[in-house]
Design a protein around this ligand. Structure first.
Ligand code: BG6
Length: 487
């Protein structure tokens, strides 16, 4: 379904995010006929460049990040016609704002979205520029990317800065995990089926695991990454959002504030991890040289070129939610770079049956597990105990009911940014984070960071290509459980 005509102004138009994600995502939406003809994508950055030159950059991006069979020449050409460029140097005197204002005047009644795909240091000056040049119309929205701060304090400052120019209802804070198909599917699974919800509580669920593993190292992003680390980069945003979607109460409707109110309650109910407990329930690691599928790889410190860095590239922790639904149910979380494979999944482990009628000969009874695979090979598996076929008596086996997205739906699965950018144009904030959520997440993360910096020796090395420091295995095994591993 086509959206209303819009102008999307991308600050940071020559940056990595625009190149790898935004331009390809917009092309796909164009290809599906969702972008009305008059709409424009207006790239802005400091670099002087013509429309033509930016169209060339856009073409490069499509050639790199859109498969060839999806690049029909006439569609690529019509897409490039929608792409424009205005150099704007937000920090300089003669800055290009007037040129941008002139270009935007032509579409003054259209939906207008500013995408701040830049370092957060520039949010303030860009928002001021947008405000001071009268570029905010009633139909204007702003999209901000993470990192939204490094702590509660800096996040509050950033939110205040953006809030001076835009109302909260105009601000779209992207967490691209919320745009992933399978993440949205988690809500469908929970709230469009009668089967799970009655069991979705501490009486029936033993524990939950959330794993977001990456095989890549920090690559060219070491500069940013070293100021962040895995807890800020992945847990504060993506993983806490996943945890909220698993743990929240059913909202009364699938609507922005109803959803965000429920997620906020979960964040506020997270048991604080402070000083003494942090040692016990968190593990942080940093990769050393090892191997990936492509051969030997250097360690983090070599990649960074700084042997002193104490930044964690891995974190495992045990979170608890202090409310009636979840009391006593641990949520084990782990994420890291240079793990053996790229794998994101949520595993809900149910309690074991109270009594087995089958006796020892049946084999060991494993508990039911619902595994939601976010990437790669998106799908849902429900592990059940089933009788082994054959006349050999009542022998039981743990077998999955398996739903693979690729096999069930033979259509291309859109990238998160495609969905999210179109949601901004439609004015649908359901999959975006509200200010209070971001701040509540920092309120929980800050004390963990503080206790880590007080105990500097806590960082544990792990070999690239392994599942992190052995302490992360001990973290869950101490509780008599193991990390989920599929065959
Ligand atoms: C980003 C992080 O938000 O998410 C990166 O900054 C990480 O460090 C990326 O690699 C992971 O996203 P995805 O979609 O590849 O799982």
């Amino acid at each position: 379904i086509a959206v209303d005509p819009f102008d999307l102004i991308v600050f940071g138009a020559t940056g990595d995010l625009a190149y790898r994600k935004l331009l390809p995502a917009l092309y796909h939406r164009h290809r599906d006929g969702q972008i009305p003809d008059v709409s424009r994508i207006i790239g802005c950055s400091r670099r002087p460049m013509t429309d033509e030159a930016y169209r060339k950059t856009t073409l490069d991006a499509l050639e790199k990040f859109v498969p060839q069979h999806e690049r029909e020449p006439e569609l690529v050409e019509s897409f490039l016609k929608r792409v424009f460029y205005v150099p704007v140097d937000a920090t300089a005197e003669k800055s290009g704002w007037a040129d941008l204002a002139k270009v935007l005047k032509e579409g003054k009644d259209r939906i207008r979205a500013f995408y701040l795909a830049v370092s957060p240091d520039l949010f303030g000056v860009l928002c001021e520029g947008i405000g001071a040049h009268g570029l905010v119309t009633p139909e204007t929205r702003v999209i901000v990317e993470k990192p939204i701060g490094k702590s509660l304090e800096s996040a509050t400052v950033l939110n205040d800065t953006v809030g001076k120019v835009f109302k909260e209802s105009q601000i779209y804070r992207i967490d691209h995990y919320l745009g992933k198909e399978t993440v949205q599917n988690l809500m469908a699974l929970r709230f469009a089926n009668a089967l799970f919800e009655p069991l979705w509580n501490a009486a029936h669920i033993d524990h939950v695991q959330i794993t977001v593993a990456e095989a890549l190292g920090v690559e060219s992003r070491a500069g940013y990454y070293d100021t962040a680390g895995a807890l800020r980069d992945m847990v504060q945003n993506h993983i806490l959002q996943l945890l909220c979607l698993v743990a929240m109460e059913p909202p009364s409707q699938f609507e922005a504030d109803a959803m965000r109110d429920e997620k906020l309650k979960v964040l506020r109910a997270l048991k604080p991890i402070t000083g003494a407990t942090a040692d016990h329930v968190t593990v942080r690691g940093q990769y050393r040289a090892g191997a990936s599928a492509g051969g030997p790889v250097p360690g983090y410190l070599e990649e960074l070129g700084n042997p002193q860095s104490q930044t964690e590239t891995f974190v495992a922790l045990k979170a608890e939610i202090e409310n009636w639904r979840w009391a006593g149910v641990p949520f084990y979380i782990r994420t890291g770079k240079r793990l053996p494979t790229r794998l994101s999944e949520i595993v809900v482990s149910f309690k074991t049956i109270p009594h087995s009628i089958f006796g020892d000969a049946a084999g060991q009874l494993a508990s039911n597990q619902l595994v939601m695979r976010l990437q790669p090979d998106e799908g849902v598996r429900l592990w059940l105990m089933i009788k082994d076929p054959g006349p050999g008596g009542m022998r039981l086996r743990h077998v999955p009911l398996d739903m693979s997205f690729a096999q069930t739906f033979k259509v291309r699965s859109p990238e998160a940014y495609e969905r999210l950018i179109m949601d901004v144009i439609r004015g649908n904030a359901t999959l975006f984070m509200r200010r209070d959520e971001v701040e509540a997440a920092w309120r929980w993360v800050d004390p963990i960071l503080e206790s880590w910096s007080a105990a500097r020796e806590g960082l544990k090395p792990y070999t690239a290509g392994t599942w992190g420091p052995s302490a992360s295995i001990a973290l869950i095994e101490r509780d008599g459980r193991t990390w989920h591993e599929e065959l």
